[in-house]
Design a protein around this ligand. Sequence first.
Ligand code: 4AD
Ligand code: MG
Length: 482
Amino acid sequence: MQSYGIKSLLEKGKDLVLQEVVVCGWVKSFRSNRFIALNDGSTIHNIQIVVNFEDFDENLIKQISTAASLRVKGEVVESQGAGQEIEIIAKEIKVLGVAPSEQVQETILQPKQHSLETLREQAHLRFRTNLFGAIMRVRNSLMFAVHKYFNENGFVYVNTPIITGSDAEGAGEMFHVTNFNLENLPRTTDGKVDYAQDFFGKATNLTVSGQLEGEAAAMGLGKVYTFGPTFRAENSNTTRHLAEFWMIEPEIAFMHLDQCMDLSEDFLKYVITYAMENCKDDLAFLADRYTKEQQTKPAAERSDLGLMERLDYVLNNKFVRLSYTEALEILKESKPNKKGKFKYPIDGWGTDLQSEHERYLVEKHFKTPVILFDYPQEIKAFYMRLNDDQKTVRAMDVLFPGIGEIIGGSEREDRLDVLDQRMAQFGIDSNELGWYRDTRRFGTVPHSGFGLGLERLVLFVTGMGNIRDVIPFPRTPGSAEF
Ligand code: 4AD
Ligand code: MG
């Protein structure tokens, strides 16, 4: 007797007719005491189990209810009903775990429409829903595609530390790591916390980026990437920010920014294509949800493209590339700016762009993904290569419709003297980053890299609107449940 996952069972379809099989799963619904829709998470589709209740004990039938788990042995037959090719006539049913109906009713397992907020509150149960199942399978597919892409292109996957002493981005948005007794902190004679007595003999934090260590690796391995969790204690309660998210950071020796832009575009198109080819059913379901959701929005916010058209659109168009300075001119002259519609009006050169500006460029002006480059040096990190104008750095941001910034990257400052100048300017202790300086002291080379926030990519591909809905257990300000 062969056991099957529901996905492979449905794929084999009619080839299995008249065979005895075993399947396990959770009950999605049990109609007329006769038809069980069973799902095991391998696919969005269910297998229908037909129960001839004369063949079974009444008490067993009573235990079969929504959310209960079952092991079913039975015979595959062609389905009489519409909607499925095959079904299973149950011969033996074992209830592995009951799910009392009155208790199920208090949860999101009850089969009816639940709000995304309610699903979030029961994040431990939402893996069982069609929606979250689809999102998680798409997420998985994207992660796999990331590894596949880099592997096929000669990159080495390196693991950078999660606990670190450095603040790569220099934004000071770090979670401290300590094993001090916080009620009784050791102090130096001048009253400061004495980190020399802490576990690592110095102050440490959770990493905000693996880039600096990634650069060190690229200075020997050539082409590397990291893919790990990153942590930011930034107090932004938005639909695009998490305190814990997963970042993919390639770093490439001998690469200049233009080639790095090519890489980012090729890479994004590859992983999106992979998910589209390998998650057809899940994306069809998500596209349907997306369309319905768009209809509830005011006309001005509605996307005129469906989810799949939106993905195709990104794949089939070359990303527009323009400098920060050019973008600023467009924004300055834009209707929303002139009419005072931006929350942050565009004034002088040098201010950082807000998400509303990024989205205007992508969604209204160019109507295609945009790569902005050469940002003012004051608003970007210390490690970015200073341009000859002494005003801008070789930074790039890839901006996507509905998302805004999906990738941030740069060519790195490879000249030791300029790096030292930049570190001094940003108040970075060069003793702390002596190891980083070493990469410029011994055989420095031009190099570039970027960071992609996995969850922002999953948001884009699934058409979801809130980043909390594309990671299993979101961590946001004021919330670390589960
Ligand atoms: O632009 P960021 O801060 O760049 C870096 O960290 C560089 N060290 C990357 C590099 O060059 N190796 O972050 C990169 C990307 C952003 O574009 C965004 O997609 C994502 O990480 N990101 C976040 N995603 C979710 N929640 C947050 N709080 C995020 N902050 C950044
Ligand atoms: Mg950025």
